[in-house]
Design a protein around this ligand. Sequence first.
Ligand SMILES: Nc1ncnc2c1ncn2[C@@H]1O[C@H](COP(=O)(O)OP(=O)(O)OP(=O)(O)O)[C@@H](O)[C@H]1O
Ligand SMILES: O=C(O)[C@@H](O)C(=O)CO
Length: 428
Amino acid sequence: MLIGAVADDLTGATDLALMLTSGGMRTIQVMGIPEDPAVLTEYDAVVVALKSRTIPATEAVEGSLASARALRQAGSRQLIFKYCSTFDSTDEGNIGPVAAALAGLTGTDLTIACPAFPTNGRTIYMGNLFVGELPLAESPMRDHPLTPMRDSNLVRVLQRQTQMKVGLVPFHVVARGPDAIRSAFDDARDRGDGILIVDAITDENLRDIGAAVSDFELITGGSGIALGLAANFAATGDFTPAEPPDRMTALPGRAAILAGSCSQATRGQVKAAVDGGIPAYQIDPRALADGSQSADGVVEWAIAQPAADPVLIYSSDDPDAVAAAQAALGREAAGQAVERALAEIARGLVATGFKRMIVAGGETSGAVVGALGVTVLEIGPQIDPGVPWTRAVGASNEAADGMVLALKSGNFGSNDFFNKAWNILTES
Ligand SMILES: Nc1ncnc2c1ncn2[C@@H]1O[C@H](COP(=O)(O)OP(=O)(O)OP(=O)(O)O)[C@@H](O)[C@H]1O
Ligand SMILES: O=C(O)[C@@H](O)C(=O)CO
């Protein structure tokens, strides 16, 4: 194994795994701390998906260290710590504490922090993160329920989370290419910096940064930072890039979309699917709580729809409706009611022969994949930047083994994602 990665959420892990696959690396995604490192050795890259973005920092550190140890035991030569391209975190962590712990494990005196993902509109200039045209703190991430991002300057944000000295490699250096970036690393070491926010606006910047960190044992960032890493190993002859897949075979069986994300992108995708005529059922946390809707009832509805069509089951709603449900039930209870229902619905659908599933939202994906007992995902073709088709190649639920899943980050995907994703699947 060449690259081992620890990702702080499930859809984020899939995003990174797709980037590595696109670089020609044979990549798998493992759910949770790997129990048997020996089985990981036959891949070029392994991404461990944790659910550590918003848990207490001590637990995030513990899970990340255990995962990194397993990856290193399996022979990983370079470690990536993957977090969100919008740097989702609080002043208490978890990006700083996990990065510092992994630096300790790998004996690293200098690493980088680069969440840039230009294809999806995340760019960094003078340490400030932009989401599309907006500085992070003026983007919708300002009001994220768990990790509100109210400061766009990542040097400041990260310095509040760590005792490592945080520095910056500014754009005018990055624009001069790998040698200039390497020389900025030397200067940073002399200053005593431990971690550097690195500006990046284009994919070319990311490739140059990738070349400059070829000898780093630890790299931290979004999926974009992996853009240039496969090329380093190909250049030294450590592996021969495989052609990334452009289609994926899928077992015969019915298709469903389960959407628990309420992001603007997902709500647009739900509307496009409904407008396009996909049979759709909206679940509501209050109806689930008072028993007027049930997972069994939704599964019965789905079975009764024309078998040739995908079915859409969604809780996605606009911010006012979400706020009203949260006011009635409590924020956590409203979310849990939806997650539990979608997980149970997924189990019910798979038990009746559904074999193809799109799940929208990181928390929602975690609940669904957990309920299906999926432990390992093989990475297939890109549907849209950051979202591939995957196949469950390890699942404790026999009916889920071999099924295909697309786990979509809330904010990712084009408007017609739910309509078009099926077109790159072929019958096995
Ligand atoms: N109608 C609703 N009312 C209240 N809460 C809801 C509703 N629909 C979904 N939720 C909850 O909102 C949360 C959405 O989080 P999720 O991580 O799935 O999506 P996201 O934050 O858009 O995606 P990502 O983490 O990939 O960016 C879940 O806990 C879900 O159960
Ligand atoms: O980096 C991103 O934006 C995504 O992979 C993600 O982590 C969403 O939760």
